[in-house]
Ligand binder design. Structure first.
Ligand SMILES: O=C(O)c1cccc(O)c1
Ligand SMILES: CC(=O)C(=O)O
Length: 332
């Protein structure tokens, strides 16, 4: 059973088996195994702020390793992996190569099913020397790497986040799984990202809107923003973007509930993260989210850029689904 917790203060020895740790602090750092498990640093806070740790744990024994620049921990069912690409003028080629190597590694270790990916891209909205936005350049390399690995773009893509960071380079971490059980979902009022029209870049972003891991009853919600169809809405209007984003999440959760027979609602988050473009908007977004999910949900906000320059916020998280015994036993 895989689990995740986010905190600033829990000592790591209080966790059981650790699959991997992500430190959101003042600096991006290459992943390593110094602590005995994969640890990676992503510059998501100011230097003076306390880092936040996202800790992925397992109830089973964990083995760790590194190959081809990818550092990983796995427990026989799930794998946590991470890599970093150094800051560069263009990322297409390095991204293509590392995504392909990742898929090869997952195949060789026996965890061929991607569940969830996080892509933290410095200077995400900048235009590179080739005249392409950094995010679009990244998306091109990712799509090519996945394609070369034989990924089915309409059925096999995991939930993901593609977001800015305050460091340099690209830091990626991901969860993969052995058995093929993950189920991927789209949002009823959004065009699947892998089918976005060409106006958003040479290759579409490669992700599903959510992925369910039935064995742990966890639903991984992708980075969700104020997009209807494929268009950004409420440009320049923070409350309008909050409303649309939250409505997108409600509609997605309702659709997942309907399709799976499980229960999942806005207070089912076990981890909620929000990315906010302007620092001055952070308190307002925090209030809006608290009103929506109640006082108990662990919530972290990060002041970073978002993949489309007109988007002011993006929300993602992990939710716990509840299935009745009837549904769990196979329904009918
Ligand atoms: O490119 C992505 O993986 C992505 C996924 C979700 C939201 C987002 O802004 C970007
Ligand atoms: C947020 C975003 O980029 C998307 O949903 O496509």
């Amino acid at each position: 059973m895989i689990d995740v917790a986010v905190s600033t203060d829990t000592p790591l020895r209080d966790y059981g088996g650790i699959l991997g740790v992500v430190e959101f602090g003042g600096q991006s750092r290459n992943p390593d195994l110094t602590a005995g498990y994969p640890t990676v640093g992503i510059a998501m806070r100011e230097q003076r702020e306390q880092p936040v740790r996202e800790v992925w744990t397992s109830a089973s024994e964990v083995t760790s390793g590194a190959r081809d620049g990818i550092v990983y921990g796995h427990d026989g069912t799930h794998l946590f992996g991470t890599f970093r690409l150094p800051g560069a003028e263009a990322y297409r080629e390095a991204t293509r190569s590392v995504y392909r190597r990742t898929m090869t590694l997952l195949h060789d270790l026996g965890y061929p099913h991607l569940v969830r990916m996080w892509n933290h891209i410095a200077d995400i909205n900048h235009t590179n020397a080739g005249g392409l936005e950094v995010y679009r350049d990244f998306c091109q390399g990712r799509a090519e790497g996945l394609e070369e690995a034989g990924t089915d773009m309409s059925a096999g893509l995991p939930a993901a986040t593609g977001i800015g960071s305050r460091g340099d380079g690209v830091v990626v971490y991901f969860i993969a799984e052995r058995s093929g059980a993950p189920l991927h979902f789209e949002n009823p009022r959004q065009v699947p990202a892998h089918r976005y029209p060409r106006e958003y870049g040479p290759r579409s972003p490669s992700f599903a809107r959510a992925t369910l891991l039935p064995s742990s009853e966890k639903l991984f919600l992708s980075g969700t923003a104020s997009i209807i169809g494929h268009r950004s809405t409420h440009v320049g209007d923070l409350d309008g973007q909050c409303d649309t984003t939250l409505e997108n999440i409600r509609l997605l959760l309702a659709s997942v509930s309907e399709k799976t027979g499980g229960k999942v609602e806005m207070d089912s988050f076990t981890m909620l993260k929000a990315y906010v473009r302007h620092e001055s908007d952070v308190p307002h977004v925090r209030r809006r989210l608290r009103e929506e999910v109640g006082p108990l949900v662990p919530l972290e906000l990060f002041n970073v850029d978002i993949c489309r320059s007109e988007l002011l916020l993006e929300i993602e998280g992990v939710l716990t689904m509840k299935f009745s015994d009837e549904v769990r036993g196979g329904g009918s």
